[in-house]
Ligand binder design. Structure first.
Ligand code: NAD
Ligand code: MG
Length: 359
């Protein structure tokens, strides 16, 4: 069975005709949603805190800006695009008290609904459009005439128009040009957290660091270890991206392919499988979410300690020096959570200029 994909012809823009969409937050996703919807002919209002540094950015882009509560009152559709860890506080103070029946409350990630942090009244439609790409690409791909694929979900359709409005939103954002796939808040949240922990961020970072340390500890040159375990990974992933594991194996030597088959499963073994299942259980039963919420509510000491520890890892120091000589790969230097282009030009591929500007 193949999943149904929804495209432009499955989404009727008329579902949003005459309606105003409040975009709350103007960061990575917020600026892309506000500008794409605006250019698709949807009436948009950006909701921001009075002292927000994003206010001039949104205003210069020609968008109306208001306090969050005023934007919520002025809109039929509200999309929450502040960081997941800030959403409950913003919702409790400035969104929830101003909601009225028939409005559609939207999210780009299911965390706060899935873990019960935000529990809108039953008279409110609740939906999600979660682009499968960073905000600056949601914007630039739309401008180039394309779209970033997305997941969509309808958690509550009190008005009976929620589903049509969610699809019309996905179309205005450009996502139905590429295709959108239906999911639930639970499936989106659990798979998103599992993917970033097991492979995309956690698993890959730990694998790279451990392989680098193993070579350096055995007396090999750190620069060589960097090329072997981090730099080349991109070239391998590019092959997988274009043609799956088969194309990667087609492109590498038979020696590399044989080593892949006989050594890969010894490294990522049944112990890792058991740990992955445990990590998934902790996502499903809410204990990971609880731990992360508590960490945020108590000053993020553990998070900052872990961040500082990894920032000074030998692979980062060795890598920065090597990348500084490779201007063609547009290197970026990250210090204390801020990304900056190492040489000249913008930090393309890093977060956009607006992203995280207020944190
Ligand atoms: P972000 O950190 O880039 O931007 C958040 C913006 O919210 C800030 O620029 C600011 O305008 C505002 N803001 C920040 N703190 C605030 C506060 N305390 N009160 C009010 N406003 C505040 O956030 P983002 O990465 O765009 O994430 C927004 C949502 O989109 C999240 O639910 C996230 O999971 C989802 N999402 C993000 C991406 C991505 O690529 N960044 C991809 C898919 C989904
Ligand atoms: Mg993700």
């Amino acid at each position: 069975m193949t999943a149904r994909m929804y495209y432009d012809h499955d989404a009727d823009p008329a579902a949003l005709a005459g309606q105003t969409v409040a975009i709350i937050g103007y960061g990575s996703q917020g600026h892309a949603h506000a500008l794409n919807l605006h250019e698709s002919g949807v009436r948009v209002i950006v909701g921001l805190a009075p002292g927000s540094k994003s206010r001039p950015l949104a205003a210069e882009a020609g968008l109306p800006v208001a306090d969050v509560a005023d934007a919520v009152r002025a809109a039929e559709v509200i999309m929450i695009l502040v960081p997941d860890t800030a959403q409950k506080a913003v919702y409790d103070a400035e969104i929830g008290p101003h909601l009225r029946p028939g409005q559609l409350l939207m999210f780009a990630h299911g965390f706060n609904i899935r873990f019960g942090r935000i529990d809108p009244p039953a008279t409110i439609d609740v939906g999600m459009v979660a682009p499968k790409g960073p905000g600056h690409l949601v914007r630039s791909v739309y401008q180039a005439g394309g779209g970033v694929p997305a997941l969509f979900a309808v958690h509550n359709d009190a008005s009976g128009t929620g589903r049509a409005r969610v699809l019309a939103y996905a179309r205005a954002l450009g996502c139905t040009r590429a295709g959108v796939l239906e999911t639930t808040f639970a499936e989106e949240t659990e798979t998103d957290l599992f993917g970033e922990q097991s492979v995309l961020c956690g698993g890959t970072a730990a694998l790279v660091k451990m392989a680098f340390e193993t070579l350096v500890e055995a007396g090999y040159q750190p620069e060589l270890a960097y090329f072997e375990t981090l730099h080349e990974l991109k070239l391998i992933v590019d092959l997988m991206y274009r043609g799956g594991l088969n194309f990667m194996r087609f492109s590498v030597s038979d020696t590399a392919e044989y080593g892949d088959y006989v050594s890969g499963p010894r490294i990522i073994d049944d112990h890792v499988r058991a740990t992955m299942r445990q990590v998934l259980r902790e996502i499903q039963d809410g204990s990971f979410a609880q731990r992360w919420i508590e960490e945020n509510e108590t000053g993020r000491a553990e998070f900052e300690r872990l961040r500082a520890r990894d920032r000074d890892h030998q692979i980062e120091r060795v890598g920065a020096a090597l990348r500084a000589q490779m201007a063609f790969l547009d290197p970026v230097v990250v210090t204390a959570g801020q990304a900056q282009a190492a040489a000249s030009g913008a930090a393309r591929g890093a977060r956009p200029a607006t992203g995280g500007a207020e944190r």
